[in-house]
Design a protein around this ligand. Structure first.
Ligand code: ZN
Length: 347
């Protein structure tokens, strides 16, 4: 299928990862799974005679080629090719069949997923992960979804004070996301610093993992709320292209602050959640979206969280101004592409 044909099609293929915990392994199954997992680690490190299921070896080879020989320390998830494992979803809990070396039919274990697997999903590659004494599996699934035709635009500006500020062309009131994120990051920042003074480096790593999990959890919730709003308001989603974040001209200190912020993660989460529902997502050039006045288009000044335009005397919240500029660019782009959007409501 050529690109233009796939553009015209009313369907897109959406992918996501469904996470699951492997429940109550019997001793014998646990041993087999551990053996397969540990052999897989040795195989990756070059022990080609390690006893690993043959199709899993092939997955390992592909993975090694992709890594280009640059293996990190620590363990890698055991990769399962999509045609080698199976999940029976007719019962609760689901039953997962994992192929292992030398055991015909592999092992069958019950799993609990954090969301249902449905018959319209296709199973792609899966990864078995060991964390302490617990086993998890991440299953990549895909589905054909019908594209929604947008009537409105929900624009997102990502910033330091608010990780996301959104405006919706059907509703002029902005929404600000990220209060909890700021609190968590602030708390961990001080915690880390006091541990560093005590030279408690092991503890620092541990709380680093905890912080990452809490931050991810918050980002999931924020992306969910944004995508839900897009769904309810028949909106497409527009974001900045994040180009200025790494190679901006705003100074090293500012860049360091920005790079520590999970913008890429958040935009990825929004993108895949939206795609899964058939919601269109576009990235617009965000150059100067924080510097230009969204009312008159002239350059203004920013002081703290206040944006001020000297040309037309307009002033407003700076993140709101950025989001409005992203929305305007998205609407212009969509109109040029022939979309029939509803006239935006502004205040
Ligand atoms: Zn102005």
């Amino acid at each position: 299928m050529s690109f233009s044909e796939s553009e015209k099609s009313n369907y897109v293929t959406a992918r996501k990862t469904i996470k699951a915990k492997i429940l109550e392994l019997k001793r014998e199954e646990e041993e087999l799974l551990r053996r397969e997992y540990e052999s897989f680690q040795r195989y990756l490190r070059g022990e080609k005679s390690a006893m690993v299921y043959s199709a899993t070896k092939q997955a390992a080879e592909r993975f090694l080629r992709r890594l280009n020989g640059k293996l990190k320390e620590g363990e890698y998830p055991l990769m399962l090719r999509n045609d080698t494992y199976r999940i029976e979803i007719e019962q609760s809990p689901y039953l997962l069949k994992i192929p292992v070396y030398g055991v015909w039919g592999g092992i069958r274990v019950p799993i609990r997923t954090h969301e249902p697997i449905t018959g319209d999903m296709g199973l792609k590659e899966a990864k078995v992960i060991r964390r302490g004494n617990e086993w998890f599996i991440h299953i990549c699934v895909e589905k054909k979804v019908e594209k929604r035709i947008p009537k409105n635009v929900l624009a997102i500006d990502m910033g330091i004070r608010w990780v996301a500020t959104t405006v919706n062309s059907s509703n002029p009131v902005p929404k600000f996301y990220g209060r909890e994120l700021r609190r968590v990051r602030g708390r961990f920042f001080y915690l880390r610093r006091s541990l560093a003074m005590k030279r408690a480096y092991g503890a620092i790593k541990k709380i680093g993992d905890r912080e990452r999990r809490m931050v991810n959890d918050i980002l999931h919730k924020i992306s969910r709320r944004i995508v839900d709003e897009a769904l309810e308001t028949d909106a497409m989603i527009a974001m900045g292209n994040l180009k200025g974040i790494r190679d901006g001209d705003r100074g090293k200190r500012f860049n360091r602050k920005l790079n520590g912020f999970p913008y890429r993660k958040l935009s990825k989460l929004i993108e895949y959640k939206a795609r899964w529902l058939g919601i269109k997502v576009i990235k617009v050039n965000e150059k100067n979206t924080s510097k230009l006045c969204h009312k008159c288009g002239n350059r203004g000044t920013r002081k703290g969280s206040l944006f001020k335009c000297q040309s037309c005397n307009y002033s407003c919240n700076a993140d709101y101004n950025g989001a409005m500029n992203i929305m305007k660019r998205a609407i212009r782009y969509m109109w040029m592409a022939g979309a029939e959007l509803t006239q935006p409501i502004t205040r």
